[in-house]
Design a protein around this ligand. Structure first.
Ligand SMILES: Nc1ncnc2c1ncn2[C@@H]1O[C@H](COP(=O)(O)OP(=O)(O)O)[C@@H](O)[C@H]1O
Ligand SMILES: [Mg+2]
Length: 240
């Protein structure tokens, strides 16, 4: 399954969600590849303590092969294709969005047909960038991560509208909701989502244990019983 994570604003929790969701799936026995599509602010390499010398940028500029930028993480079937913060958007490497789509589909075909990955998770740039819309168009399940911040919700609404025009129906995941408010807010957010035309997924609470990792470890490894991990597990079970 191709699963993608997007947001309008940065800092909504995409990168940590990708890292923890991928770890959850790998622990369940799947072979999983994470792709860092966030060229404006790549973070997965840092979350997994990787010092890559070849990245997606090298691959798209024909400086390396698929194999060279595919890094094995840990001792299970988890892999990462990192990016380096050198460009604004992946699309800039191609003469047209159609060419970009063709190349990304070629990479996905390699990962699915030759490497036999069960799941590919995309960590996309914040904002309504061409690469983010392109991945929305290609993915099987699209998640836009938002907080309850008004700027975020307004932007998520615009993003959702643009996605619908591209025939993509994203699911909105609200993250970082104060734990003592989550029960009371569930039905309000669901109603609100319906009125705005969002398909709202599980709500995820603000979790102190998660916040205190400061992206220095994968909670799914260090503390799988934490509320954050229980919520991520529930989310994944409802998707796959
Ligand atoms: N549910 C949560 N509760 C508390 N802190 C969170 C939660 N989700 C993410 N964070 C924290 O928010 C910060 C930004 O997360 P990150 O995954 O880098 O966001 P993004 O990739 O969307 O910019 C990180 O420090 C992370 O630990
Ligand atoms: Mg990020």
């Amino acid at each position: 399954m191709k699963l993608s994570f997007h947001s309008y604003k940065g800092g909504t929790g995409k990168t940590n969600l990708v890292g923890n969701a991928a770890t959850y799936l790998v622990n369940k026995g799947y072979k999983v590849c994470m792709i860092d599509m966030d060229l404006a602010g790549p973070g997965l390499y840092s979350l997994f303590n990787l010092k890559p010398n070849k990245t997606l940028t090298d691959y798209f500029t024909k400086k390396c092969s698929e194999k060279d930028m595919l890094y094995h993480i840990g001792n299970k079937e988890l892999y990462l294709i990192p990016s380096s913060a050198t460009e604004e958007d992946v699309i800039r490497f191609f003469t047209s969005p159609a060419k970009a789509k063709e190349n990304i589909l070629q990479l996905i075909a390699y990962l699915e047909d030759e490497c036999h990955f069960d799941h590919i998770l995309f960590d996309c740039s914040a904002g309504i960038l061409k690469s983010s819309l392109l991945i929305m168009n290609i993915a099987d399940f699209v998640i836009v991560v938002s907080t309850l911040d008004k700027q975020d919700i307004d932007g998520t609404y615009v993003m959702n509208e643009v996605a619908h025009k591209l025939n993509c129906k994203p699911h909105v995941l609200f993250n970082r909701i104060p734990e003592n408010k989550i029960k009371g807010m569930a039905s309000i957010i669901q109603d609100f989502g319906e009125r705005l035309g969002f398909d709202v997924l599980e709500l995820m609470s603000y979790n102190e244990t998660m916040a205190n990792t400061w992206s220095r470890n994968i909670l799914m490894d260090s503390n799988p019983d934490s509320t954050y991990c229980v919520e991520v597990s529930k989310l994944l079970e409802s998707i796959i």
